[in-house]
Design a protein around this ligand. Structure first.
Ligand SMILES: Cc1cc2nc3c(=O)[nH]c(=O)nc-3n(C[C@H](O)[C@H](O)[C@H](O)COP(=O)(O)OP(=O)(O)OC[C@H]3O[C@@H](n4cnc5c(N)ncnc54)[C@H](O)[C@@H]3O)c2cc1C
Length: 238
């Protein structure tokens, strides 16, 4: 069944973020861009492939005020590999938005914990804060990757910390052999790191995003540290 025109999008441009990650930016073929909240995801369906693969969810990495809907895709298997082969002009169906990984305006102290491409919804959320010039928003982002070259959106994230005084980023590199003396951690996120960086935080909300093992492990760290379950919000990429 061909969906209504307003769910069909065309790939406008592709941005390489790292050796394994591309950002695909889509514009509607007709009508308005979809309305969404930063932190939500869309189901992507490739309609022009001879062999149709079932649609997959991808977090939106653009901000609601951007001119495109973007998703940032790590190349892993059949579906993500096929997305990496799309060229500008390719047609897809974007279904959504979906999900409630959305910080509420009342949450003024936030801790974000991202594993790898799990940074995607956080980029959208942070860009939304910049768009609103939310200087009263406190955000501590722990961003975990194996090596320095795996970090995506580094330039944009640094720009965000310059635009908003309340945003701080701790890069956690778990398999980086050469340890430069720049600020950052060379270990996995754990209880001691939480205590080191969060001791001055009061009642904050925690948003976790990444692979199932990453989110499971980090939520256990938080629970062992006494964080209430209702303050832990998780998005699992599977
Ligand atoms: C709500 C939601 C939001 C998502 N947002 C994003 C997003 O913004 N960006 C994104 O890239 N993906 C995202 N995903 C994951 C995405 O939907 C696909 O599952 C992913 O692209 C892999 O699909 P695939 O068919 O290419 O790989 P598959 O064929 O499913 O797997 C390929 C291979 O990679 C392995 N593999 C799968 N996941 C991982 C992993 N995390 N780490 C290491 N190896 C793995 C598998 O074991 C398999 O061997 C999201 C998932 C959900 C549920």
């Amino acid at each position: 069944m061909i969906p209504s025109e307003d769910t069909i999008y065309r790939l406008d441009h592709v941005t390489r973020e790292s050796p394994e990650v591309l950002t695909l930016s889509f514009a509607p073929e007709a009508g308005e861009l979809m309305q969404f909240h930063a932190g939500q995801y869309v189901y992507v369906d490739m309609i022009e492939r001879p062999k149709r693969l079932p649609s997959r969810p991808y977090s939106i990495s653009s901000s609601p005020s951007d001119a495109f809907v973007s998703v940032s895709v790590k190349k892993l298997g059949a579906f993500s590999g096929a997305l990496h082969e799309l060229t500008p002009g390719s047609r897809v169906i974007l279904r959504g938005p979906a999900g409630n990984f959305i910080p509420q305006p009342s949450m003024k102290k936030l801790v974000f914990i991202a594993g790898g491409i799990g940074i995607a919804p956080f980029l959208s959320i942070l860009k939304g804060f910049v768009g609103r010039n939310a200087q009263d928003q406190e955000v501590l982002l722990f961003y975990s990757n194996k090596r320095r070259e795996d970090i995506v959106f580094f330039g944009e994230l640094q720009g965000i910390t310059q635009a908003l005084r309340g945003v701080r980023i701790v890069y956690c590199l778990t398999q980086q052999e050469e340890k430069a003396d720049e600020a950052g951690e060379y270990r996995r996120f754990d209880g001691s790191m939480l205590k080191q960086y969060c001791s001055k935080f009061g009642m904050q909300d925690y948003f976790l995003c990444g692979s199932v093992p990453f989110v499971t492990e980090t939520s256990q760290v938080l629970e062992h540290a006494g964080v209430l379950c209702q303050r832990i919000h998780a998005e699992l990429f599977y």
